[in-house]
Design a protein around this ligand. Structure first.
Ligand code: CMP
Length: 141
């Protein structure tokens, strides 16, 4: 799963609370991504801390983990050529104020933290993050 054709995304609690998950999934589909795994779930505080462990020394870590475990999310694995980079372009800058027009974060994010979606930052992390949520039996390429 590290061949550059997959990425991992979460639709975050802020977007699910606003019932934007299907609009976002349609944007993802219309951008040419195939959804090869998808589930609605809710992270425990401990799971959020583990998922975002790489940020544990950042000042926003505690708030981020509280937010990410505050309500249901959708986790998905997406397939497309050049998936990681193309998906990062589709979602836009982490900070919605800096995100380009028509990007998912520009359209749906509320703030730098409540930024609607997560996207993997490398092929290696796409694989690690996918395996965090899905077994091989739940992925249909
Ligand atoms: P994500 O792509 O999921 O990766 C790390 C998350 O941390 C990021 O989206 C934001 O939700 C959050 N984040 C990043 N920078 C900041 C910041 N400066 N303040 C608050 N939250 C942040």
């Amino acid at each position: 799963m590290e061949n550059g054709n997959i990425t991992f995304t979460m639709i975050k609690p802020c977007a699910v609370k606003q019932e934007k998950e299907f609009d976002i999934l349609l944007d993802i589909k219309n951008a040419g991504f195939k959804i090869i795994a998808l589930k609605k779930t809710k992270l425990s505080k401990e799971q959020a801390q583990k998922f975002y462990e790489i940020h544990k020394d950042r000042p926003f870590y505690k708030e981020l983990c509280d937010f990410m475990s505050s309500g249901p999310i959708y986790a998905a694995c997406l397939k497309k050529e050049n998936a990681v980079n193309d998906f990062r372009k589709l979602i836009g800058n982490t900070n919605p104020e800096l995100a380009e027009k028509n990007t998912i974060r520009k359209k749906y994010a509320l703030s730098i933290q409540e930024n609607a979606v997560h996207g993997s930052d490398s092929n290696e992390n796409a694989s690690i993050e996918t395996k965090f949520f899905f077994s091989n039996l739940e992925i249909f390429e």
